[in-house]
Write a protein that binds this ligand. Structure first.
Ligand SMILES: [Zn+2]
Length: 138
């Protein structure tokens, strides 16, 4: 199953960050998915329930944001929003465009509870910004 492999790679990445941040628990994982990525948000959510079990992300919530489709025009050079099924330049209508975004899956940030050695029982919530591309097994 495609989505399960993606989820496992995602959780590996999140666990790595959690380890570096000395996190006790991951609260939420925010993921951006472009409509042209071939990843289905609904299937990804289902796979996430399976993949998260047992690890530091076991109680985490997966939040999926839809990323915009944008094209860069070869004719007028503008970057504009486009429809997934119609990659035309929004400025001049030219069809000779290059996809700028919309086919990616991106780990945006995660929320985690960090261990504080000084005061046990106290926990701190922090957000770690992460702008790495997640490798897709497509
Ligand atoms: Zn154009």
């Amino acid at each position: 199953m495609h989505e399960l492999a993606i989820c496992q790679a995602l959780i590996d990445q999140v666990e790595q960050i959690a380890l570096e941040q000395r996190a006790q628990q991951v609260l939420s994982i925010h993921l951006g998915i472009g409509p042209l990525s071939g990843v289905e948000a609904r299937l990804l959510q289902q796979a996430f329930f399976v993949a998260r079990a047992g690890g530091v992300a076991a109680g985490a919530e997966l939040v999926i944001d839809s990323l915009p489709v944008q094209v860069s025009c070869d004719h007028c050079g503008q970057t504009t929003d486009a429809l997934p099924a119609r990659l035309l330049c929004g400025a001049c209508g030219n069809w000779r465009t290059r996809l700028v975004s919309g086919d990616e899956m991106q780990l945006q940030h995660i929320e985690l509870i960090r261990q504080t050695a000084a005061e046990p029982g106290e926990s701190e919530t922090s957000t770690k910004q992460q702008h790495e591309r997640v490798n897709q097994a497509s």
